[in-house]
Design a protein. Structure first.
Length: 202
């Protein structure tokens, strides 16, 4: 009898194990799947946050670079505008100095011309300094055109200050400097992505 009871217990245990196994297998499988999904979601969330941070840092970095480039370009544009403003002033002072016969007017004109040249020299120096910043922040076209503008403005200054001024040379140097400034402005506009406005006066 004991042997029969043992077989019955064994048979009942196998049936119970099979019965429980049929329920436990899907349950445990689902639990394992949920655990894997949670781990996957956590990993995907971590990766997404890292990508978001990288993009944010990249956008911030590019924005900061553009702002720095803009500041440098606007400073250069101010200096170019001031230099260009001095062209007719220096030309007029040079004409007065050369064309007058009165020594007191001639002396005053030369002093005024010297002051204007000092101011122009300061602007040329400032343009030279910002050219270095432009080399670090702007496209090559910008700083190459700035070099030409810098040299053209300096050539204008030298030509207009000479004791024996050749009107044609001064006018040619003025035109060269204005063309160089216009090229530099166009290069800056292009580098900053600012489109040329239509001329409404036509």
């Amino acid at each position: 009898m004991e042997h029969s009871l043992l077989i019955i217990w064994w048979a009942l245990s196998v049936i119970a194990a099979l019965f429980l196994g049929s329920f436990l297998k899907p349950y445990l499988s689902r639990k394992a799947e949920n655990l894997a999904t949670k781990e996957d979601v956590a990993e995907l969330t971590r990766i997404a946050k890292k990508i978001e941070a990288d993009i944010s840092n990249d956008v911030w970095s590019r924005q900061r670079q553009w702002e720095l480039k803009k500041e440098v370009c606007f400073e250069v544009l101010k200096q170019l505008a001031l230099a260009q403003w001095h062209f007719p002033v220096i030309t007029a002072q040079s004409d007065i100095f050369r064309l007058t016969d009165k020594p007191e007017i001639r002396d005053k004109a030369y002093l005024d011309l010297a002051k204007s040249h000092d101011a122009l020299h300061d602007m040329i120096t400032a343009i030279g300094q910002t050219m270095l910043l432009a080399q670090a922040t702007c496209d090559q076209k910008v700083w190459k055109t700035l070099e030409v503008a810098h040299d053209s403005i300096a050539a204008f200054g030298s030509a207009s200050l000479a004791r024996e001024v050749d009107d044609n040379e001064v006018r040619a140097k003025t035109i060269d400097a204005k063309v160089a400034i216009k090229s530099a402005v166009a290069a800056i506009r292009e580098d900053l992505g600012i489109r040329q406005l239509e001329d409404v006066s036509q």
